[in-house]
Design a binder for this molecule. Sequence first.
Ligand SMILES: [Zn+2]
Length: 272
Amino acid sequence: MVLRRRWGVRSIALSIGLLISGSAGVVFAAAPVASFEIGAAGGNVPPERGEMEQLSHPAFPGPVVLQIGTSTEGRPINAVHRRGSLNASRTIVAVGVIHGNELHGRLVTDRLMTAALPVDIDLWIVPTMNPDGEVVGSHQNARGVDLNRNWPASWETGTHHSSGRHYSGVAPASEREVQVMMEFFAFVDPAVTVWYHSPWNRIDCNEARVGQTCLDYAAAVGRTSLFSPRPGTATDWLMTAGLGVSFVSEFAAGAPSAAEVELHVNAVLDLS
Ligand SMILES: [Zn+2]
């Protein structure tokens, strides 16, 4: 898919770095090893996706880190691209953190960076889309907006969305982090996107729209499926925009065991 066909959004800059995995865990290389800018030549005309693929493979030996944008306070928002093979076409996205005080999903995304991949998976890992909130342990972003109420699908203001914990922002997609992710998703065109939250210990499964995909995931991780509609969510926007299916995985409040994390890692790799 080509970005301009769907959204015609402004150009975005991407930086690419190698992912380095060591005994201290997964860290990002300090300096990108390559970079390019979508639409650099023509302003609003991004490259074909194939150009990004060429940069990703086979020129680089391992996972590739792309800085897909920056947060309100200027922190990088990164995506890590891994593929099971050069012909992999099952495009899956996993987002570790959207609410800055719900960090268990990071355990899954960290493992996904080094897990053995099925040959057909085209995997995109976004450790966090809310780095500002994460730094201070805030549910919201640096402007006090709940990033899972700000997406331009069924967006609402008023009542408990006009301020506080579930503040939806001044307008749909008013927040930089949401804009960055919308451009990223339009570029990647995922088949399935899973989002990690806590503490409700279930899979938020809009069965009418997501179908068997999230039911299979729920079964694989041994959790019940329950769906409560909310305005302005990322999952609703993705499915309304025709960018695959999407659902939320809620961990319990306490940190999951390594075995539970592994169930989620395997469930992500099985998504289709
Ligand atoms: Zn949450």
